[in-house]
Design a protein around this ligand. Structure first.
Ligand code: SF4
Length: 587
């Protein structure tokens, strides 16, 4: 199907009634795609006054205008009202979903309503089925994946499956939605939103095709981009050791969180470094559909069924962030232990970063006597993988009031049981960068509460001074640059391959001249729209807490400068309000 006109093609499915329609959502030169399209759809169809679990709230999966046409345009933006924060949120994932949506002929899929029974939604260019899968209730991600293979198998090469585990069904607010094998809509609870809609799984069958543009511009540009990502060393590090390479680097910089951020470096790093994983466990690398790089590192986990029994071999993906959250943060220093814990997390459908950081808080709370076995139902100790496996199951299944509270986030639990001072939460459970003041503010106040919003961690590492205005300008400008990429929706690892001028050329080569011309202005407009939605759904930057633990961190630069951190926070807060007020005035 060719891309024509200036409307995005959106499939809207209402699970309550089973009705569907294809919307021609006008204004692509303005909303572009991906992050912008998801925000524009929520602006038009969302319910900012209603809570996240209101079944009428839309769950949106959006690709960009270049998806399927250029290398590394491999991601999908999932837009939803977060059950964790209550606010408008995004989570991004790779896998085959972007190309499946493109080949099915849609720029976005918008799901509203709650199905009567646990269901699997199957969509394609000419199909829409809602199957009753009540027999999968409580089933883990791997088991349900085997049953779900029956749907859309005639287009298996172009099929993508998004599914949830017990955590999503139970509404754990950081439950993830697993995409195909090894990819996830991880943070902020997309899995819980699916669970709230009684949607166990979504299968997208890319059963149509795309027409490539005529003329020389498109093939020429495609070759140039392809050459830049495969014929230079631009992407090499992602393929070789992958992001796990950062473990040694951050440990050296005293910026790697250990044992619930009680330390930022440890000589035991050698047991869980990227080099150690590559040497002992790396089986292969794989890639999202449409990506010639292949940064997804798959480790081989060998597990004995039981004493005197045989071994089971499993393939588990790893990266920097999962190893930080379920390795150093938990005091685990054996790479196989980390892989085993990641495998359990995957199976239960929990976000591995949030879950790891939550368990790190439990281990410290247990050590300090803030919680006891009465709450945790068993010991939880740093460095002891068996206690963390048991804890993960309690967390996903909500087996006590304590675990149910933790399923709403560490600060929620800490406000009931104590231990808020050492909660490693910055808007949500922290990412693996104890680099300093600017990063802590950028995650706490950033749009996705993530290291991916803007390079605050990189700023901390490179800045020689403590210039508040410069730091805030960096956060806003970097967010804008990343957002234009996220409107397309390219992999952020490829941002050097896609500077703004190349994105404009790419749009023009596909005949989207209006989108190309409007890109800079529309990027700014979408940045303001996203923030405006976040504010309209309850975000108040002045209310976000930065727990005491973050003021106690010592990095290679020395102790935190709390006055500097407060000044960056205040200036960033003012700028966010200014952006939203200016946008409202212009509108
Ligand atoms: S570089 Fe990695 S994450 Fe990015 S598209 Fe390729 S395989 Fe997926």
């Amino acid at each position: 199907m060719p891309i024509e006109g200036t409307a995005s093609r959106v499939l809207h499915v209402d699970l309550e009634s089973g009705a569907s329609r294809v919307l021609l959502f006008e204004g692509r030169p303005h909303h572009l795609g991906g992050s912008g399209l998801a925000a524009a759809l929520y602006d038009a169809y969302g319910l900012p006054e209603s809570p996240a679990f209101d079944p009428r709230q839309p769950l949106i999966f959006a690709i960009g205008p270049l998806s399927g046409f250029f290398p590394l345009m491999s991601k999908v933006v999932c837009g939803f009202r977060s059950p964790y924060t209550g606010e408008w949120a995004e989570s991004h994932a790779g896998g085959r979903l972007a190309l499946s949506l493109r080949f099915a002929g849609y720029d976005a899929l918008m799901i509203t309503g709650r199905a009567r029974t646990l269901s699997c939604l199957v969509v394609g260019s000419r199909r829409l089925e809602i199957h009753d899968v009540h027999y999968l209730r409580g089933q883990d991600v791997f088991t349900s994946g085997k049953y779900l293979r029956r749907y859309g198998k005639e287009s298996s090469g172009h099929r993508s499956t998004v599914r949830i585990g017990p955590a999503g069904e139970r509404g754990v607010t950081f439950a993830c939605a697993n995409v195909d094998s090894f990819r996830h809509f991880g943070r902020l609870g997309a899995g819980a939103v699916m669970g709230g809609k009684n949607l166990k799984a979504l299968v997208v069958t890319g059963d149509s095709g795309i027409e490539l543009p005529e003329g020389r511009d498109y093939p020429k540009l495609y070759k140039e981009v392809y050459q830049s990502v495969t014929g230079t060393d631009m992407m090499q590090k992602y393929h070789d050791l992958g992001t796990a390479e950062n473990l040694l680097v951050l440990n050296e910089l005293k910026a790697l969180p250990w044992r619930n951020l009680q330390a930022t470096t440890d000589p035991a790093i050698d047991g869980i470094s990227g080099e150690r994983f590559a040497e002992q466990l790396l089986l292969r690398q794989t890639a999202c559909a449409g990506c010639p790089v292949g940064c997804i590192h798959i480790g081989l986990l060998r597990q004995q069924f039981a004493r005197d029994h045989e071994f089971l071999y499993k393939q588990v993906s790893y990266d920097y962030e999962p190893i930080f959250a379920q390795g150093s943060m938990l005091g685990l220093t054996n790479a196989s232990d980390v892989l085993a814990l990641l495998d359990e997390t995957e199976k239960l459908g929990l976000d591995c970063m949030s879950a790891g950081v939550a368990l790190a808080w439990v281990a410290e709370a247990f050590e300090k006597g803030v919680v006891t076995e009465k709450e945790t139902l068993g010991p939880v100790h740093f460095g002891n993988v068996a206690t963390f496996v048991a804890a993960l199951h309690h967390l996903a299944n909500g087996t006590s009031e304590f675990w149910q509270a933790l399923g709403k986030g560490v600060l929620y639990a800490a406000d009931i049981y104590g231990g808020a001072d050492f909660a490693c939460v910055l808007g949500q459970e922290m990412a693996g960068y104890a680099t300093g003041e600017v990063y802590f503010v950028s995650q706490a106040l950033g749009f996705r509460h993530s290291h991916l919003d803007s390079g605050g961690y990189a700023y901390d590492q490179s800045a020689k001074d403590k210039d508040v205005d410069k730091a805030v300008r960096h956060l806003l400008d970097d967010e804008y640059k990343r957002l234009t990429i996220n409107c397309m929706v390219a992999c952020l690892f490829a941002r050097k391959a896609y500077p703004p001028e190349r994105l404009q050329e790419a749009l023009a080569s596909l005949g989207m001249r209006a989108e190309a011309d409007a890109l800079p202005e529309s990027g700014r407009a979408m940045q303001a729209l996203r923030w405006s939605l976040k504010f309209r759904t309850g975000f108040r930057p002045e209310n976000v807490r930065i727990p005491k633990r973050f003021t106690e961190v010592v990095t290679w630069k020395g102790p935190m400068d709390v006055d500097y951190m407060d000044a960056v926070r205040q200036a960033y807060t003012s700028e966010l309000y200014r952006m939203v007020v200016d946008a409202a005035r212009e509108a």
